[in-house]
Design a protein around this ligand. Structure first.
Ligand code: PLP
Length: 373
């Protein structure tokens, strides 16, 4: 028995997505940029996938740029807009490194968050002026699951930095939130297929009509010159299938997974002495359970849990190998010791009651063992 509770790192591919991509790995192998029949078959599939992605993201087909994943989509949004209009770049302090480091590389600044991980709107207003060209605020955080009030963020940006383009990283939001509606105030929206049942290495950036991004990659001019390179047709088709399935089942998934998450979080808080939940649960996506267990090294806990078949994360998997405390938890006001005793259990579409039961049995035992009880 295994409990995979690391869906925020990546989630298994949906059967619909696997089935959708297989023909493009075999018979329908064409390069969609050509003119003959084999190319045309690939082009038709690419166009259909673009229509689906546009509908699922609340965009027009021409506003979709297919990318090699979430990191590339974030970088294209930030560096791409900055290359066109210059100026200053601003992002939230708890952004994923794909945004944070892209902003840092351009000399950008960060805006503080509160103890729940919500962006400080007054601090955001103070950071903005007519020189600001890009503001990036994520829809849902990858570590603690906090959902940002994008409407309020957009209102501040429009009032204080009228020249700025608003980018939102919706990579962690898409499985749980109606991104098509909620991200409507943003000029640019990034998603990544492997967080919602598509393959790794494919994503999309919505670039609204009238917003210009300079390409990161120069070459054949695909994606209307915004992202050169032969299309990953199989990956894109699979992403579209996963998007469609996610949107069609989202409401039911959120309800079911939130119930499992509550059972896990409440169960652990009830039985593990001193356990504390990070951030207000009501403000998180359904799949996030973030707890800290004082006097326990989360890295050691991870290994004990792994030996018992429970897969979780001590921080963001994308930052694996980093020894520093998580920048997200630090920005939320946690001390280094608190951050080092924090665990993320992230649930997904495939999570079952049996997996939650295994975690409810294993985590308290492992914590007690590490505390020498
Ligand atoms: N943004 C967020 C919020 C993420 O959680 C991740 C992945 O963990 C990314 C961006 C990067 O996406 P990708 O893994 O597709 O490059």
């Amino acid at each position: 028995m295994e409990a995979y509770l690391d869906h925020a790192a990546t989630t298994p591919m949906r059967p619909e997505a696997v089935a959708a991509m297989l023909p493009f790995l075999t018979d329908r192998f064409g390069n969609p940029s050509g003119v003959h029949r084999v190319s045309r078959a690939a082009r038709i599939a690419l166009d259909e996938a673009r229509d689906v992605a546009a509908a699922c993201l609340g965009a027009e087909p021409g506003e979709i740029v297919f990318t090699g994943g979430g990191t590339e989509a974030d970088n294209l949004a930030i560096a791409g807009v900055h290359a066109v209009i210059g100026g200053r770049v601003v992002c939230g302090a708890t952004e994923h490194h794909a945004v944070l480091h892209a902003c840092e590389a351009l000399g950008g600044s960060t805006v503080a968050v509160d103890g729940d991980g919500l962006i400080d709107l007054d601090a955001l207003a103070d950071a903005l002026d007519h020189d600001v060209s890009v503001v990036s605020v994520m829809l849902a955080n990858n570590e603690v699951g906090t959902v940002q009030p994008l409407d309020a963020v957009a209102a501040v940006v429009r009032a204080r930095a009228p020249r700025a383009r608003l980018h939102t990283d919706a990579v962690q939001a898409f499985p749980w939130l109606d991104v098509a509606a909620i991200a409507a105030p943003a000029d640019l929206v990034a998603v990544s297929a492997h967080k919602f049942g598509g393959p790794k290495g494919v994503g999309a950036l919505v670039v609204r009509a009238g917003v210009h991004v300079a390409p990161l990659l120069h070459g054949g001019g695909q994606e209307r010159g915004r992202r050169s390179g032969t299309h990953n047709v199989a990956g894109i088709v699979a992403m579209a299938a996963a998007m469609q399935a996610t949107v069609e089942t989202r409401a039911a998934t959120v309800e079911r997974v939130a119930r499992l998450r509550d059972r896990l979080a409440d169960g652990l808080l009830a039985v593990v002495p001193g356990a504390v939940e990070t951030g207000a649960r009501s403000g998180k996506v359904a799949g996030n359970c973030h707890l800290r267990f004082p006097d326990v090294e989360s890295e050691a806990l991870l290994l004990l849990l792994d030996a018992e078949g429970v897969c979780a994360a001590a921080g963001s998997a994308c930052a694996a190998g980093a020894v520093d405390p998580s920048h997200v938890l630090t920005a939320m006001g946690l001390s280094g010791a608190e951050a080092a005793s924090s665990m993320r259990f992230s649930l997904g579409v495939t999570t079952t009651d049996d997996e939650v039961d295994l975690a409810l049995k294993t985590v308290p035992e492992a914590v007690a063992r590490l505390r020498g009880a």
